[in-house]
Each structure stands twice: as structure tokens, then as C-alpha cells.
Design a protein around this ligand. Structure first.
Ligand code: G6P
Length: 369
């Protein structure tokens, strides 16, 4: 294992820094950037069936559940039909109605997660079309789904998932683009996203180059007992994932909260002593995000703000510090912000002397219900 770590001290760090290559490998042989053509061999034969379906349900656990939340809006835009995102364990508890004209997408790094696998078996029994978005080739979920897309992100060793998330967002984005090819109104948007998928490895390198700035913020956060992360739109998925990484790696209580939901309760926690990370990237919700940020600042808090390049001056009156992330299409913004939060959680974990590759009480694949 030591050899496989290369120049890195931990698999966690190696896997975070591998992401320019792992996302590229997810697109390799599938997206041709010159001709803008897209082919996903594993689901090509079922694309017409997917387009005809009545609903899409994404079913997953942990980080894989967050990647589904990150792409939900894009599917709604590309497909114009109802899209649901389910936590596999809750889905199994409820055993909700599933029909033969449903498409169920099972997202899993390991392909062995028992809750996700049980949900798959339930949906298969109800004759839904079952698609796997899985990293581990030959795993149970890869074998039992009708068709699917492998992430090709390479083995993920560290218990807490990192590179699988970004490859899941890329793979799911490609599925959305394929489904959306039949929607004339979506074609300009589709081209813009393909352009940014092409740039994505370089964009990720720019985020990784912010490592030192993120370490400085980690030093502040490492003394906290609780951290709130706020965001909306695609950044809601990012704050949930960031909070999960902080719990897993730093053992600090962290909570991802929808920025639009803060006023319905969480605001009572906000004061000048509260450690808050606020994601305010430039997207179609930016004005409302900024209003929520101003409300937080009115309560005395000075959050760490993650924003898009160019917005530092506008947002710094509300912030204790500002991190400017490279610009990327809104559909892919969770990739940049989650990588910044992975680095933050990693550094906090190391500063607190935690075993970041093997957090206490956790297993890489949870094969029990
Ligand atoms: C475990 C891992 C998480 C992962 C989750 C789902 O809890 O520690 O990092 O997100 O399982 O795993 P899967 O393999 O289904 O994506």
C-alpha cells in the first residue's frame, strides 16, 4: 500500500489530488470534444426507454446520495419530467410504489452497499429499468442492474469517498446530456456544459492549487466544536457533502443547511462566535444567496465565503475570509466547491491528528443493513 500512495502521506490526499485525472478517465472514450459527440456504451441501447420513462429516481447512500442531489436540477432541465432523489435506507423502509415505466438509477462507488443493493432488488422486482452508476467493476450492483455507466475513476482506498463524488457528477452529467439530446431547447446549454467538461481537469488543478489558502482556513476551523455550512441550488449538495467530509475526517459536528432554509430555525444558532462556511458561487440563485449571506452577517456572524473569481470585493464585507473558486458552468459547480471542502476537511483531520484514511467506526463499504 505504501508504494501505491506515491508521493502522498495518505490515500485521502492522493485521491483528492488525483481528481484531474480521475474525472478525465470518466469522460475518456465517451465524450469527443471536437465533434461534441457523446456515447455511453453501457446505456446507449436504453436511451430511448429512458427518454420515454415517466420518472427518474436516484437511489444511493452517503456521498453517492449527494452526487445525485448535485445533478437533480440538470436532469429536470434536460428531461422535463419528475426527478426524485432517495436515501436507500429510507427508500427500503417505505417500499414506495414503483412502476414499469420508472427509471431507477443506483449510484455507488463500491457497488456493494447493502441498502442500495436491496433497493435495486426491490425496483427490479417491480419491473423498473435499473441503471447502475458504479466505480467497482464486477460488483453486485454493477452485475444486477440492467445496464449502466462505470466511473473508471480507479480504486478508491480511503474510507471517506472523494474522487468517486466528482466522477459521479461527471458520469451523471453525461447521462443527462444524452437524455437531453431530444430536447431542442436544451442544445445550447448542452454545448456549454460539454465545453466546461473539456476544461474540467484544468479547472480542478486550479482548485487544488489553492491548497495553502485552504490550510490557513483549516487552522481556524480545527479549533471549533461545530461548523455550519450553508448553500443553495447545486451548492446545497456541496454543503451536505462538505459537512459529511468534516464529520468523517475531522470528527467535528458539521451541518449542511440549505441557505433558503436558515430563516426557519437554524438562524437561532447564528452569532459572532459561530463558525460558518458559506457557499456563494455565481449561479442563477446568486441574488438570493447574497441576501441570505447579508442576513447571517446582520446576526453578527462573519462566515468564510467561497465564491466565484471576481466576487471577492462584493462579498468580503460579509466575510471573515474569502476563497475565490475558478468559474465553471453552474451544472458542474459542485465539483469545484466540493474539492475545496475535501481539502478543508482533510487538513482539519490532519491538524487534529486523526487517521484520515480510516476514520473510527466507519467501513469503506457497508454490506450490512
Ligand atoms: C460508506 C463510505 C462512504 C460512502 C458510502 C456509500 O459509508 O464510507 O464514503 O459514500 O459508504 O458507499 P457506496 O460505495 O455505495 O458509494
Amino acid at each position: 500500500h505504501d508504494i501505491m500512495k506515491g508521493d502522498y502521506g495518505t490515500f485521502m490526499q492522493k485521491e483528492i489530488f488525483e481528481q484531474p485525472e480521475s474525472v478525465f478517465n470518466t469522460m475518456r472514450g465517451r465524450l469527443d470534444f471536437e465533434t461534441e459527440s457523446l456515447r455511453l456504451g453501457g446505456i446507449q441501447a436504453n436511451v430511448v426507454a429512458i427518454r420515454r420513462a415517466k420518472r427518474i429516481l436516484f437511489i444511493a447512500c452517503g456521498t453517492s446520495h449527494h452526487s445525485a442531489l448535485a445533478v437533480r436540477a440538470l436532469f429536470e432541465e434536460a428531461w422535463e419530467k419528475p426527478v426524485f432523489v432517495e436515501i436507500a435506507s429510507d427508500f427500503i423502509d417505505r417500499k414506495p410504489p414503483i412502476f414499469r415505466d420508472d427509471v431507477c438509477v443506483f449510484i455507488s462507488q463500491s457497488g456493494e452497499t447493502a441498502d442500495t443493493l436491496n433497493a435495486l432488488r426491490y425496483c427490479k422486482d417491480h419491473d423498473a429499468l435499473c441503471i447502475g452508476v458504479v466505480n467497482a467493476v464486477g460488483s453486485c450492483i454493477a452485475r444486477e442492474t440492467h445496464c449502466g455507466v462505470h466511473l473508471n475513476a480507479g480504486p478508491e482506498i480511503s474510507v471517506a469517498s472523494t474522487k468517486a463524488f466528482t466522477s459521479q457528477v461527471v458520469a451523471l452529467t453525461m447521462i443527462a446530456l444524452l437524455v437531453g439530446q431530444s430536447l431542442a431547447l436544451f442544445q445550447d446549454r448542452s454545448r456549454a456544459i460539454i465545453k466546461d467538461l473539456h476544461m474540467l481537469p484544468d479547472i480542478i488543478r486550479k482548485v487544488l492549487a489553492m491548497n495553502e489558502q485552504i490550510l490557513t482556513i483549516a487552522k481556524e476551523c480545527s479549533k471549533q466544536q461545530s461548523i455550519l455550512l450553508l448553500g443553495r441550488g447545486g451548492q446545497y449538495a456541496a454543503v451536505l457533502e462538505g459537512a459529511l467530509k468534516i464529520k468523517e475526517l475531522a470528527y467535528i459536528h458539521a451541518e449542511g443547511i440549505h441557505a433558503g432554509d436558515v430563516k426557519y430555525g437554524p438562524m437561532a444558532l447564528v452569532n459572532q462566535a459561530r463558525c460558518i462556511i458559506f457557499l456563494a458561487l455565481r449561479d442563477s440563485h446568486f441574488n438570493r444567496t447574497k441576501a441570505a449571506l447579508a442576513q447571517i452577517a446582520d446576526c453578527g456572524a462573519k462566515p468564510v465565503v467561497l465564491c466565484s473569481i471576481g466576487d471577492r470585493a462584493e462579498l468580503s464585507p460579509f466575510a471573515s475570509s474569502v476563497l475565490e473558486l475558478p468559474i465553471v458552468d453552474e451544472a458542474l459547480q459542485s465539483v469545484t466547491s466540493v474539492i475545496a471542502l475535501q481539502l478543508l476537511a482533510f487538513h482539519i483531520g490532519v491538524l487534529r491528528d486523526n487517521a484520515v484514511d480510516t476514520p473510527r467506526n466507519l467501513a469503506k463499504s457497508v454490506t450490512v443493513e
